[in-house]
Design a protein around this ligand. Structure first.
Ligand code: GLV
Ligand code: MN
Ligand code: MN
Length: 416
């Protein structure tokens, strides 16, 4: 690598400026972001991103699920591009960094290469994946899953949000159903920068996490059917209370995750009473469960223990509980050579670093089943994420972007 390339640093202030500029699209009063996938706010940030990529000389294509691919030509266009990026959608009350950092750092890498006049051998392709978060449409990371062939495009297009709007209708409503067939933009490998979303790097005073693995995920949709009746006149022993049943399931989930721990977590994140009223015993409650582990055997144990606990509670309370496993994502092992490339870049740049497992799901995890993939983590304040208070420092964001850039340069190749 030439000296110019090996000494290259991204523009920290420019990256920080882009993160804060885009945080206006869906800004919440507490300093977070609400930018549900394929919403009006998502369209605003997508339009901004498309313009910024085009201004950086990139050719932007949109696939049939709305994922955006921005290509920077390489010297050897017979080589598949090195992919980098993340997502621009957020949780309903999300932060400014989850997904945004990896997508905008990818753009900052390209802007830095442009300014330095550096051409790479392989092309580079920045990706903004549709619906990473999974809070409007399930499952999470659906576009990258379709990209690697885990779902068909039509299956994903027909998924509905809680209002009955399909992915196809949502894409059309913001004019982001593109012509490129899903999977048609080939990538040779993929590298994603992200905040850790957990407490380890901060506690150990490490600047960079070299991500070598990721937890597997189990998602369930649940429905409890009991019996609605008068809250004043129905004696306690005669009740079939759907919400009281859910309370037991929530506590069972907590107990099961702890029993299978420390490498297991379990959460009931959504609960909706069908016809809520202060003086009616709830007769129908819908809920969701999210369980995770980096170990396939522990995932099986979580599934078995949860089903057994639900069956016992259902029989004892004389209610009906439907528990559907709607998504199973196996644990991820990232590509050894790419993980080494991230580690080498962090070391060469002089950043303190350690290997780490991702607790969260990421598009890179889906891609790793078909192409070499890896991730770079930086610390976030108090390990907090999926919260408006999510925070990271400018210096750590810049460090992560520098590691991303030097990993990409090593993978794409630059003339010496
Ligand atoms: C994505 O944010 C996930 O890990 O659920
Ligand atoms: Mn994310
Ligand atoms: Mn997230």
């Amino acid at each position: 690598m030439s000296r110019a390339a090996s000494n290259l640093q991204i523009d920290s202030a420019r990256l920080w400026g882009m993160i804060h500029e885009t945080a206006q699209f869906g800004a919440t009063p507490k300093g977070g972001v609400r930018r549900l996938t394929l919403s009006a706010e998502d369209k605003q940030v997508r339009d901004w991103f498309r313009k910024a990529c085009e201004a950086a000389g990139l050719e932007v294509r949109v696939d049939a699920l709305g994922s955006m691919f921005a290509l920077r030509k390489g010297r050897d266009m017979t080589r598949p591009p090195v992919g980098l990026g993340s997502h621009l959608d957020t949780q309903p009350t999300g932060g400014k960094f989850d997904g945004v950092l990896g997508t905008l750092a990818a753009l900052e890498v390209v802007r830095t290469l442009n300014d330095a006049g550096i051409e790479t051998d392989a092309p580079i392709c920045i990706v903004n994946w549709t619906n990473e978060e999974g809070s409007r449409f399930a499952p999470a990371m659906m576009a990258s899953a379709a990209y690697v062939g885990d779902f068909t495009t039509d299956d994903i297009l027909s998924r509905k949000d809680s209002q009955g709007v399909t992915v196809a209708e949502a894409l059309d409503s913001i004019d982001y159903r593109g012509d490129a067939p899903v999977g048609s933009q080939k990538l040779g490998c993929f590298v994603e920068l992200h905040i850790e979303q957990g407490p380890i790097l901060e506690a150990e005073h490490k600047t960079v996490g070299v991500v070598d693995s990721g937890q597997g995920v189990l998602w369930y949709d649940g429905k409890i059917t009991g019996f609605e009746s008068h809250a004043g006149s129905t004696p306690m022993p005669l009740r079939r209370d759907a919400l009281a049943t859910l309370s037991e399931i929530v506590l069972a989930m907590e107990r099961i995750a702890k029993k299978n721990g420390p490498n297991a977590v379990g959460t009931v994140g959504e609960a909706v009473i069908a016809k809520p009223s202060r003086n009616v015993i709830p007769g129908e409650v819908a809920f969701t469960v999210d369980c995770r582990s980096a170990d396939d055997g522990i995932m099986n144990a979580l599934d078995g223990d949860l089903r057994a606990a639900v069956a016992e509670i259902e029989a004892r309370r004389k209610v009906e509980v439907k528990l559907d496993l709607i998504w199973r994502k196996p644990p991820t092992r990232f590509d050894a050579k790419l993980v080494d490339a991230v580690e080498n870049a962090a070391g060469a740049l002089g950043y303190s670093h350690r290997r780490i497992t991702s607790g969260a799901g990421h598009d890179a995890c889906n891609l790793s089943t078909k192409i070499p993939a890896a991730m770079v983590f930086i610390p976030c304040k108090d390990g907090v994420s999926h919260n408006e208070l999510e925070d990271a420092t400018q210096a750590d964001c810049a460090a992560g972007a520098n590691v991303l850039m030097h990993t990409v340069l090593a993978l794409a190749g630059v003339a010496s």
